[in-house]
Design a protein. Sequence first.
Length: 161
Amino acid sequence: MIKINIICIGKIKEKYFTDAIGEYSKRLTAYCKYNIIELNEERIRSNTPNQSQIAEVLDAEGKRILQKIGSGDYVIAMCIEGRLLSSEELSKVIDNASLSGKSIIDFIIGGSYGLSDEVKSRANLKLSMSKMTFPHQMARMILSEQIYRAFEISTNGKYHK
């Protein structure tokens, strides 16, 4: 059974997001081993951080993210400059990764400053959810739903219409 990890920066505090993510996590157990790995967000002690401080945050968070990725994992970095895919195309990406022998797929969601260049360069695919900006908590919920939808599409389930 394929393993899907969401490796993300920060924790979710809002109950409505945790409830929705929990529901999709439960549904996904029929298709995969689904795991959410939360890493602590780096803090900047300034309301107006400079580029050097942001680079330090990205570097520190990126190192912690990369420690959670296995050498043989298929990595999908969620970033604004990534490709826009339909739900059907995401389903094919997951199917193709599995068929090519990948047993673990890691989806990476960065913190409020995004992802380091090192994490992006490790990715097999850079994926964008939208040209719009979403809170990271909402992005995690939407991604969980889309992963569930992808499995439903590949198995001709009733969820996707």
